[in-house]
Design a protein. Structure first.
Length: 295
């Protein structure tokens, strides 16, 4: 196991909580009269089209390209501003749903979002970081669910899983992006749980007992990328839209199982693409839902 049981459970619980928050937000915007605010609607895009997957993939590739372009030219200010704007909008969508704000008062969602986004992007507080992560992905997922159908999300999951394996095991793009975000931008798209091992804690206690000055010590970090969180929410949301909540629960259960198995069998100091495991788990969940007649 890459991390101890306590840290692994914390990551899994945050993942699970975000999935159900995502279902809540998506269900809110699926209700008649609850349109996406801030011009985030997709009126000009064919609804539930499998071809919408292509536009999502292109946007995904474009975003990664822009990231590395700004990274090359050391445009930290622009990158942080970009992160800040996306975070504010996503949180605004979340708070609009949570507070059930009327159509003309959706701007209040942005006002609630601002302090949390500022703390996350410019303060680097670990509590505000993880708290905001719980709310960001439900907001993002609510934008994509309306334009995806069953086969669209299936194709998207397969493509993202293949990309994830290539990006982690072959090109190492994921590691480079994560390192740059944490070391240079002091931001990370995903959950972060810092912790000390038992040996590290014992070393600190020994130094205190001998009244020695504590030396700087590298803190271990359990991470889970944002993509590994948001794609299961989108999948569960599409199933909620097309079928019923029970199919969504099977999707979430399968995703949780896939992630739990990965974290249980992963080794220290090694990097793993989580999406293939999560995707297989979701497919198993869908298969069980179909066999048991939940569809």
């Amino acid at each position: 196991m890459k991390h101890n049981v306590k840290i692994t459970l914390i990551i899994l619980l945050m993942f699970l909580l975000t999935q159900f928050l995502g279902l809540f937000v998506i269900n809110y915007y699926l209700q008649p009269g609850h349109v996406l605010p801030y011009s985030m609607g997709v009126q000009d895009v064919p609804q539930e089209s499998t071809w919408n997957v292509l536009s999502i993939v292109i946007a995904f590739i474009f975003a990664i390209g822009i990231f590395f372009l700004f990274k090359k030219f050391k445009s930290k200010f622009v990158l942080k501003l970009w992160f800040f704007i996306v975070i504010v909008i996503a949180l605004g969508l979340f708070f609009t749903a949570l507070l059930d704000l009327p159509k003309g008062f959706a701007f209040l969602g942005l006002i609630f979002a601002l302090p949390l986004a500022l703390s996350k992007v410019y303060d680097g507080n670990i509590v505000s970081h993880n708290l905001s992560e719980l709310m960001i992905y439900p907001g993002i997922a609510a934008v994509f669910v309306p334009i995806l159908n069953f086969w669209g999300i299936i194709i998207l999951l397969v493509l993202i899983s293949i990309y994830d394996m290539w990006a982690v095991w072959q090109s190492k793009i994921m590691q480079k992006m994560a390192k740059y975000q944490m070391d240079e931008l002091k931001i990370f798209s995903g959950f972060l749980v810092p912790y000390l091992t038992k040996a590290q804690r014992e070393k600190i206690m020994a130094m205190k007992a001998k009244s020695k000055k504590e030396k700087p010590m590298k803190v271990n970090m359990a991470v889970l990328g944002g993509g590994d969180v948001v794609f299961p929410i989108i999948t569960a949301g599409v199933m909620l839209k097309l079928f019923n909540p029970y199919v969504s629960f099977f999707v979430i259960g399968g995703a949780l199982l896939g992630l739990a198995l990965l974290m249980s069998f992963s080794e220290k100091k090694k990097f793993y693409p989580a999406m293939p495991f999560i995707t297989v788990g979701m497919f198993i969940g869908l298969l069980i839902a179909w066999i048991t007649g939940v569809f």
